[in-house]
Ligand binder design. Structure first.
Ligand code: NAD
Length: 421
């Protein structure tokens, strides 16, 4: 790695290692953690999250040695490229990292750096917890019913980037192949066309679904719901569902039962300690999340559905300013908020850093620092429920004190210190 980009660790700072065979982390008390602040509001929420995570680490007798790494506009300015190899290497090497949002141009321009980063590191599971914090305004009657973890497949589906632009030779070749050789004549309208490919593999589906089931078992969750549009896309989304049931039936013994088995063999009475795997069609699921919120606990789904589902669920618990996430694969964790770079608010010290802070909480949990992780959650909740909020929540509540991004982070730090003592 180039010294220019990545500062060498100072004496005493250590690296988080994983056991070669088990993948189990060996976390020092002062790990080096790479951070990408990101584009747009990343420059506001990145430092705010660092302040809070430092306080939580310190309050639990540890420290974090941050390593700034670059992607997006800051990398372009410094190194004339969007995603320097050193940044990817740093996350690979140090195993646990956090990033802010990166801007992706619509239409022309470069492909998503987020997608590129997740693919390069094969971080195949994008995990988005959706839970309600007291005091956060919500458009629904009972936001506390929402306690959902979405496992979104991160490497394939229409996000794989296999697509061709209208007017190119390539798209005409693909069109000719589909029509003439594969027999889909007159299925595609005449005239300019863009074509994309939606790969859904057994390998990609099963490893994601295993992560979701393992999580449900480890965290005493009752159900895992496979969300798909297999009634229409039979051989891609339908196959995802079928492979999900195969994993459930073949790999987990009696710990995991399907919804059919629940009714056929147990009369609908779920045996203690089991996880029920069921499935729902994606459009119906978006309704169910609103109308039968409490019935869903863990979702496993493909890339595009996962993006939609988790944003819709996030709207019920306070929106993009709140919703955290993290990417996992091969014993690595890259935490990141669900929201994007919201360019119009960039650098204004205005937006809500909660989503980035709570993404950091996911990272602390992954490090095994559960006490610090809980402290972060409790301190954020305490801050918001006392009416100290950023503009996005302030306009939705009566009274309250409107804070800037950095003031909000300081208020959370104060609560961490109070709660820890
Ligand atoms: P966005 O999430 O950036 O912003 C949409 C709106 O949500 C904002 O205008 C703002 O009103 C609100 N919002 C978002 N974050 C907030 C916060 N922390 N506090 C308060 N309000 C907040 O979505 P967009 O406008 O669709 O995308 C902007 C750019 O971000 C695009 O280039 C997009 O590709 C990129 N993006 C990146 C990621 C990522 O890095 N993981 C994710 C989504 C979008």
């Amino acid at each position: 790695m180039s010294d220019e980009l990545i500062e060498a660790p100072e004496d005493g700072q250590q690296i988080t290692l994983a056991d070669e065979e088990t993948g189990e982390l060996n976390v020092p008390e002062n790990p080096i953690i790479p951070i990408i602040h990101g584009d747009g509001i990343g420059t506001d929420v990145g430092p705010a999250a660092q302040t809070v995570l430092n306080a939580a680490a310190e309050a639990t007798g540890r420290s974090i040695a941050w390593m700034r790494v670059y992607a997006g506009s800051s990398a372009r300015e410094k190194y004339d490229e969007n995603l320097p190899q050193e940044t990817v290497d740093a996350i690979r090497h140090y195993r646990v990292a956090i990033k802010g949002p990166l801007t992706t141009p619509v239409g022309a321009g470069f492909r998503s750096l987020n997608v590129a980063l997740r693919k390069k590191l094969d971080l195949y599971a994008n995990v988005r917890p959706t839970y309600h914090l007291n005091g956060v305004p919500s458009p629904v009657k009972d936001p506390s019913a929402m306690d959902l973890i979405t496992f979104r497949e991160n490497t394939e589906d229409v996000y794989a980037g296999i697509e061709w632009e209208a007017g190119t030779d390539e798209v005409e070749q693909v069109k000719a192949f589909v029509e003439d050789e594969m027999g889909f004549d007159s299925t595609i309208h005449d005239g300019p066309v863009g074509i994309g490919v939606k790969p859904i593999t057994e390998f990609g589906s099963k490893r994601l679904i295993r992560e979701a089931i393992d999580y449900a078992i480890a965290n005493n969750r009752d159900t895992v719901t496979l969300v798909h549009k297999g009634n229409i896309m039979k051989f891609t989304e339908g196959a995802f569902r079928d492979w999900g049931y195969e994993v459930a039936e073949e790999e987990y013994g009696e710990n995991v039962i399907t919804e059919d088995e629940l009714w056929d063999e147990y009369d609908g009475e779920q045996p203690d300690g089991t996880v029920v795997v069921n499935d729902r069609i994606a459009d119906n699921m978006l309704q169910q999340l609103l109308t039968r919120t409490g019935e869903y606990s863990v979702i496993a789904t493909m890339n595009l559905n996962g993006d939609y589902m988790s944003d819709a669920a996030g709207a019920q618990i306070g929106g993009l300013g709140i919703a955290p996430g993290a990417n996992f694969g091969h014993g690595r964790c890259l935490a990141e908020p669900v929201h994007g770079s919201a360019p119009k608010y960039a650098g204004e010290d205005k937006v809500n850093p909660t989503a980035m802070i709570l993404s950091g909480r996911e990272m602390l949990d992954y490090l095994g620092w559960h006490d610090a992780a809980n402290l972060v959650r409790d301190a954020v909740e305490e801050t918001i429920s006392s009416g100290k909020v950023t503009y996005d929540l302030h306009r939705q509540i009566e009274g309250g004190e409107k804070l800037s991004t950095s003031e909000f982070a300081e208020a959370v730090v104060e609560n961490i210190e109070t709660l820890a003592n």
